[in-house]
Ligand binder design. Structure first.
Ligand code: PGA
Length: 272
């Protein structure tokens, strides 16, 4: 797992957007997995800027969102479909027909969840999955105890998640208790994961995810089993990481590698 520590949330957003933009430029028909919540907002703002100022083209990009509250229609102001529309889709040249957010009003949930999985597979799978993390260590709405092999399904939210998300509603009493969410197994099948976290409330969850054991009690820790995860976090979210200095060393080597400078460190390869 690559761990990139940035000075603040704005820098996390810009760095994360760079990973997405590079993929969109290399593969204009790529499939993006997207997340809601406060954390990816900076990344979305930067992607909108890149679209407006540098012509980043989303016309053939396909997206799948991680989750949706059960019972909320797409038009509900707190639905994740509305969130994506307001914060991203309305500002890009994306074809709305290529954007997928689970349907919170689906009646036959088992059939609907199986359909969502099929839609992902039919598009060739997810190339890059953007993830936030809950204070309880969840990815998507895979709460503690979720099977690490789980697929898209119905999930009951923990009281911690309900309290965390109450700020988007009138209060805790208005937060839906159930959600449709991609499973941990679904997420692990994406080709690359981009995990984002900002602020001190995420420090313990990030420590558990990056340096703790793999456990269903912290579903984000399952990312340790994935072959290509990039974790981009700010200083506050990184505060409890024991190997922080080492992650910085790795990033310095990565920068040298990307700039071609690594050759200068190999005896006999110096060109200067
Ligand atoms: P947040 O939520 O980005 O609003 O902190 C993250 C999550 O619960 O996955």
């Amino acid at each position: 797992m690559r761990v990139i520590v940035q000075s603040d949330a704005a820098a996390v957003g810009r760095t994360a957007a760079r990973f997405v933009a590079t993929l969109v430029r290399e593969r204009p028909t790529c499939v993006l997995g997207l997340a809601t919540g406060s954390t990816p907002l900076g990344m979305y703002q930067e992607l909108i800027r890149l679209h407006r100022e540098e012509g980043l083209d989303f016309s053939r990009v396909v997206t799948f969102n991680l989750d949706e509250y059960v019972g909320l229609a797409a038009s509900h102001p707190q639905s994740y479909r509305q969130f994506m529309h307001t914060n991203l889709f309305a500002h890009l040249n994306i074809d709305q027909r290529n954007t997928h957010v689970p349907d919170g009003r689906a009646l036959d949930l088992d059939a609907y969840c199986a359909l969502y999985e099929r839609q992902i597979a039919d598009e060739g799978g997810i190339d890059l999955q953007v993830l936030g993390i809950g204070t309880d260590g969840h990815i998507a709405f895979n709460e503690p105890g979720s099977s690490l092999g789980s697929r898209t399904r119905l999930k009951t939210l923990t009281s911690e998640t309900v309290a965390d998300n109450a700020r988007f509603f009138g209060g805790e009493q208005d937060v839906p208790r159930l959600a449709i969410t991609m499973g941990v197994g679904t997420i692990l099948e994406s080709r690359r994961c981009l995990l984002l976290a900002c602020g001190p409330t995420k420090a313990q969850a990030i420590r558990d995810t990056v340096e703790g054991p793999v456990t269903a009690q912290v579903t984000a820790s399952a990312l340790q089993l994935h072959r290509e995860v990039v974790t981009v976090i700010d200083e506050e979210a990184a505060a409890l990481l024991v190997r922080r200095d080492y992650y910085r060393e790795v990033e310095r080597a990565q920068e040298l590698l990307e700039s071609g400078g690594l050759r200068r460190l190999v005896p006999g390869q110096s060109t200067s």
